[in-house]
Design a protein around this ligand. Structure first.
Ligand code: PEP
Length: 260
């Protein structure tokens, strides 16, 4: 089953202790109660140590968001100091996991093989995965972004059992646009979104949601949805401020009718 609904994910990265995270969760809850998102699914992705507090507040205050994790181990359990398993996340009420975020790929040596293994562990456990792909500035300068992203998609998703396809979302995040304030042009996003959809389709994964991430803000969200043809966003910095995050969600909601 595919969905027409848009999806906005807030990646809090290594920000907010559990008290601050609860506060942000409550602020999001208040704004959503006054103005619910009609056509947009919402996921927030706090640091590991905040997950328990955020899932508790979301449950007790019935806030219409799902909870994700920023990373997970590809292993089930055992001697992996510092790591967290899929079963630990599930037990906390987490339903989504980011896999292959460029910060993990570049700073923590998460190569394509680890991305593929982690993605399989996530879907096999029943969790939804957001596979992050995207080229660096050097690849873009050489106009090799399509081949680069195809290779990432094939390596992560090639041979994935059909039964897991519905759990997969792809986020296109050009590394040169993450946290830089430099957003990709609508035309560049549209071309890449089309390319990703055609690669997914050739892999038997048509209809999966394709998100964009990279300096998304309340000011540029609506134009990226309409010009870029994406199904929503993976938001970093702007997701740390409730009003900005909700403004992005409302921009998506407002574009829904025009997009569908
Ligand atoms: C991200 O971390 O996935 C991201 C897109 O960050 P930012 O919105 O801050 O560029």
């Amino acid at each position: 089953m595919t969905t027409n609904r848009l999806l906005v994910i807030g990646n809090w990265k290594m920000n907010l202790d559990f008290v601050e995270a609860v506060h942000l969760g409550q602020q999001i809850g208040v704004i959503l109660k006054n103005r619910p998102a009609e056509h947009t699914d919402i996921v927030v992705v706090p640091p590991f140590v905040d997950l328990r507090s955020v899932t508790s507040i979301v449950d007790s205050e019935r806030i219409a968001v799902d909870i994700g994790a920023q990373h997970v181990s590809a292993n089930d359990n055992g001697a992996f100091t510092g790591e967290i398993s899929t079963s630990m996340l599930k037990r906390l009420g987490v339903t989504w996991v980011l896999v292959g975020h460029s910060e993990r790929r570049t700073m923590y040596h998460m190569d394509d093989e680890v991305v593929a293994r982690t993605l399989r562990a996530v879907v096999a456990s029943g969790l939804n995965v957001v596979l992050c792909v995207g080229e660096g500035g050097d690849v873009r300068d050489n106009d090799e972004q399509n081949d680069f992203v195809s290779a990432q998609l094939h390596s992560a998703l090639g041979g994935l059992d059909e039964k897991y396809i519905e759990q997969v979302t792809v986020a296109y995040e050009p590394i040169w646009a993450i946290g830089t304030g430099r957003t990709a042009e609508g035309e560049q996003i549209r071309a890449m979104t089309r390319h990703i959809r055609s690669v997914l389709s050739a892999m038997g994964m048509a209809g999966r949601r394709v998100l964009y991430g990279g300096s998304v803000s309340p000011e540029n969200a609506a134009s990226i949805i309409t010009e870029g043809g994406v199904d929503g966003f993976l938001v970093g910095g702007a997701s740390l401020v409730a009003e900005k995050f909700l403004a992005i969600i409302q921009a998506c909601d407002g574009c829904y009718a025009g997009k569908r």
